[in-house]
Design a protein around this ligand. Structure first.
Ligand SMILES: NC(=O)c1ccc[n+]([C@@H]2O[C@H](COP(=O)([O-])OP(=O)(O)OC[C@H]3O[C@@H](n4cnc5c(N)ncnc54)[C@H](OP(=O)(O)O)[C@@H]3O)[C@@H](O)[C@H]2O)c1
Length: 291
């Protein structure tokens, strides 16, 4: 095989779909081969199974997207959340270290408590829910494993894969049915297009960036209300938006009110920030809805 080999875990997931597109030979990429692995290939919680798969394929880079990402599900199943997001991360990191591969762990803005308006890589995490705590533990264990690593924290992902499950399509579907849409107007973050994120991850890998924590999101920020307004505007759709407060949406788990990530560390190594979230959304809507 020519080029470096990238193993992508959680390959049936939202972000993995665009990582595969970006690292694919078929998209013109000649410097990388990729191997996908999903839950059926191995469970990241099973240390031996992870090691066996990794030792067999000997990738140069592992991008670990496998995770339990549903915040309320994590709150209700803390054991499973920590097993997947923390122990699973450790298993992948150790297997990567053993063969000298770079390990890329995908982290989250939910490691922060939302008390500040925005967060740099130097701010101290303080998660307010089990999901955030389990992902923070995953970060710590990724570092403890001792190999080369990137911890990439991102936020509010949407993408083409399983597009019906993301917020964009939920808004458009409700609009189509003429239903009023309840959206939170006091939680702020940055919607991030998985294709933009995947390209930036590749840039980091191409550049052989040093090990460390990197915040990568589209730029700018909005509330869920603002996000919904922009989705409707770009699609030329109309719907009644009903503003609700975050606490009305926090029946099972708490969520940080602000979790805007300052993308400082990529800039320090000469990588440009991602484009504004509304420009990315415009392209996404064109790609997903065909006009
Ligand atoms: N989505 C967001 O808004 C968001 C925001 C910030 C950060 N992130 C982070 O970004 C990463 C990717 O998120 P995503 O939205 O692409 O997730 P996703 O679509 O839910 O994909 C995650 C994948 O992980 C697999 N998986 C779960 N448990 C596993 C296990 N024990 N062993 C092997 N595979 C397992 C799942 O497969 P099965 O379905 O077959 O179990 C699924 O295909 C995650 O680390 C997440 O924490 C996401």
């Amino acid at each position: 095989m020519i080029g470096k080999t990238v193993l992508i875990t959680g390959s049936n997931g939202l972000l993995a779909y665009d990582l595969i597109r970006v690292f694919s030979f078929f998209s013109g990429e000649k410097n990388y081969n990729f191997i996908r692995s999903n839950h059926a290939d191995f469970d990241i919680v099973n240390e031996k199974a992870v090691k066996k798969f990794v030792d067999f394929h000997k990738p140069d880079i592992i991008i670990n997207t496998a995770a339990l990402v549903k915040v309320d599900e994590c709150e209700l199943n803390p054991g499973k959340a920590f097993e997947t997001n923390a122990i699973g991360a450790l298993n992948v990191a150790k297997a990567a270290k053993d063969i000298g591969a770079l390990n890329v762990y995908i982290g989250t803005n939910y490691v922060f408590d939302g008390g500040k308006k925005s967060y740099s890589e130097d701010d101290a995490p303080n998660p307010v829910n089990i999901y955030g705590a389990s992902k923070l533990a995953g970060e710590a264990l990724t570092k403890i494993a001792g190999g080369d690593y990137y911890i990439i924290r991102t936020s509010w992902l949407y993408g083409i894969h399983r597009k019906d499950s993301v917020f964009v399509s939920q808004v458009l579907e409700s609009a189509k049915k003429g239903e009023a849409i309840k959206v939170v107007d006091n939680q702020f973050g940055t919607p991030t297009y998985t294709l933009d994120l995947a390209r930036k991850i590749k840039e980091l890998v191409d550049k052989k960036a040093p090990s460390g924590v990197y915040h990568i999101t589209n730029s700018g920020f909005c509330s869920w209300y603002g996000f919904a307004e922009k989705i409707l505007e770009l699609r030329g759709a109309r719907a009644e938006l009903v503003a609700i407060k975050l606490k009305e949406r926090c029946l099972i788990s708490k969520k940080p009110a602000n979790s805007i990530l300052i993308n400082g560390n990529i800039k320090k190594i000469g990588i440009e920030e991602l484009r504004p979230w509304n420009e990315a959304l415009k392209d996404y809507i064109k790609e997903a809805y065909g006009d």
